[in-house]
Design a binder for this molecule. Structure first.
Ligand code: NAD
Length: 290
């Protein structure tokens, strides 16, 4: 397939490389001018999109996605497929899909889970929204870049699944961290806490797979001085998207709202910027000491 890939950052660079390694003809563009092994460098987004069967975007936010989409949709050939893998607001995903439909293009919103390691290894999970015809075009590419793709529904459903998942993740990480900090104050050994909770009803991905306590449970960013992993500011971005979506549809998400406030304080007023999102544990430990 002839593929245009726009946004070759921490995630997109690996994804584009994996597609090229699998034998696809990939033309890439990023405003930084970065070059990726096996990927032809295009001079602009429009050049990367021209003549492509599929265009994939992996961009920072919905505003940038909308501006890139406005630039490339007129250059895309009829019947081609626009796959956006960025994490963006549901409204932007649906607006881009509408523009695609008006220009006789297929569209899939397909945010990912699995982080930079998953992008590198080709083991991402894709959550896709769009028509059956669009998903059928995108799915073989998801197989190369990832290990699982779920077709969640019509346009916007992929973004909806992503922000609901990450709202759960943000809230469970906070409560897991505050529980560890409480256990410390109560004199309970962290390893014993893990041994009990990881096999009891308090278990979760945050506890069992990504334990925020160093030296306890599987290896995680806590064992690497809380270097991300999944950065606290990216969690804040996703939590804000969840609250934006909740406000738009009038859904009550009190814990999601509280988690957003806590990550906003951590990232914007404290020292959380650039740390893994599990660094909430040393944050609570510090608060508990004062
Ligand atoms: P990044 O900032 O490393 O990459 C984004 C790239 O887009 C940058 O290289 C930037 O130069 C480029 N870009 C910006 N504006 C552009 C434009 N107009 N035209 C062309 N290129 C442009 O970010 P990332 O970590 O690769 O994340 C990308 C997306 O994936 C985000 O939406 C993020 O929320 C999501 N995501 C990231 C992770 C992660 O662990 N990093 C995990 C899941 C999802």
């Amino acid at each position: 397939m002839k593929i245009g890939f726009i946004g070759l950052g921490n995630m997109g660079g690996h994804m584009a490389r994996n597609l090229a390694t699998a034998g696809h003809d990939v033309a890439g563009f990023d405003v930084t001018g970065v070059q990726i092994e096996g990927v032809t460098q295009a001079a602009s987004s429009a050049e990367a999109a021209t003549g492509a069967d599929v265009v994939i975007t992996m961009l920072p936010n919905g505003q940038i996605l909308r501006s890139v989409a406005a630039e490339i949709i007129p250059s895309m050939q009829k019947g081609a497929c626009f796959i956006d893998c960025s994490t963006v607001d549901v409204e932007s995903a649906r607006a881009v899909a509408d523009d695609c439909a008006a220009n006789e293009l297929l569209a899939v919103d397909a945010p990912v889970s699995g982080g930079i390691g998953g992008a590198d290894a080709g083991t991402l999970t894709f959550m896709a929204g769009g028509s059956n015809a669009a998903f059928a075009v995108a799915n073989p590419l998801f197989d190369i870049m990832g290990q699982k793709a779920v077709h969640c529904g019509e346009s916007g459903a992929g973004q909806a699944a992503k922000i609901c998942n990450n709202m759960i993740l943000g809230a469970t990480m906070i409560v897991t961290c505050e529980a560890f900090a409480l256990a410390d104050k109560l004199g309970l050994d962290r390893q014993k806490m893990f041994d009990v909770v990881s096999t009891s009803s308090g278990y979760s991905w945050s506890m069992n797979a990504y334990c925020p306590a160093p030296g306890v449970g599987p290896v995680s960013p806590a064992d690497n001085d809380y270097q991300p992993g999944f950065a606290a500011e990216l969690m804040l971005k996703d939590l804000r998207l969840s609250q934006q979506a909740a406000n738009a549809v009038g859904a009550s998400t009190p814990l999601g709202g509280y988690a957003t406030e806590e990550y906003a304080k951590f990232v914007e007023s404290e020292d959380g910027l650039g740390k893994d999102f599990s660094a909430m544990l040393p944050r609570f430990s510090k608060i508990n000491q004062t």
